[in-house]
Ligand binder design. Sequence first.
Ligand SMILES: Cc1ncc(COP(=O)(O)O)c(C=O)c1O
Length: 417
Amino acid sequence: MSSAVWHPFTQHGLQEPIPRVTHAEGSALYTADGRRIVDAISSWWVTTHGHCHPRIMAAIRAQTEKLDQIIFAGWTHPPAEELAERLVTLTGGRLPHVFYSDSGSTSVEVALKMALGYWLNRGEPRHRILALEHGYHGDTIGTMSVGARGVYNRAYTPLLFDVDTIPFPLGDGRNTLDALEQACRQAPAALIVEPLVLGAGGMLFYDPGILAAMRTICAHHNVLFIADEVMTGWGRTATLLACDQAGIVPDILCLSKGITGGAVPLAATLASKAIYDAHWSDDRARMFFHSSSYTANPVACAAALANLDIWRDEPVEQRIAALADRQQIQLERLPSIAHNVRRKGTIVAFEWSDGDAAYLSSLGPALLAFFRSRDVLLRPLGNTVYIMPPYCIGEEDLALIYDAIAEAAVTVGAKVP
Ligand SMILES: Cc1ncc(COP(=O)(O)O)c(C=O)c1O
């Protein structure tokens, strides 16, 4: 079927089929041609409690009867106010200011701009950002600049700004901590990290102790610490925030994806009092210069409030712990082709043999096509396969995912080196 749509991260020249999804429920997507697909990656890591959760859908419906959209510069509305108050409690009140935007990328752009604004407004301008090797923070120019460089941003390299990259932790993380200590002596503005799990960089895990030590080094050198919890937030790594496992609170926290349970776009960047205060003045030139049209959209804020209600009223933590255990059991069924098998919270990842790890290796599309033929939505990152289902996934659907992987090891594994 011909289409006017230009899809993200899709090479249309390969003419691969693009399934048309008409509706969804829980962990299942339903296509126009009558298939039921298991969503094994939570629709790009956003769907936490399951698709079309009745409470979130009801909250959206109710809000659309009251207020659809309102300019947020100098105006406000009840869902945004209540949501901000409740988000602040997630960090025990230590990040008391909430700035809304509408995607993971914008939440990070906002974080970077806040960090630079903080230093400028204090009269000590700092321009350098430290970033963790293999990081991914989005696809805008600023977020690509602080993320890993590769084929996916090669065309835009001339526009990207330089950052200092801290090596990804190996073993006890001494390599990272030593490099960070060194880099902090140059008085950079901030360090940005994905806490505990580097997602698009290949589902790379590191320990909470290393995250805590990074936080300590930054605090010691007065370098702002930005935690990008766009992927790790909302229970993915077992706790609501990955930072909770390290017992840390960053200076700036980026939230998106699961903030609405994955139903509609919204993002929030939480900031410390010091960062807010650095912008607080009777001088308009010191205000925080950032906005987008849909900042704090009321319908999205209502969805996020319903998400928080679900966290408050339902046994979400137990559900996550149970899914983590069930994933652990399924690991035993992984074929021998699975290397470096690892699990953090609800996320399982492994490398498909020890073959070509490049993002554009031929293995990715071959696996993608195979999983699609088995009615499973899995989207490997190069030769890294990961399973990150919604927390509501049932036993049968989880088994279907691992069945498809086992079958792929025989069918695809034999063909691709
Ligand atoms: C850690 C992290 N930060 C930022 C982003 C960008 O989010 P978005 O795609 O909503 O712009 C992503 C997306 O996967 C992410 O994983």
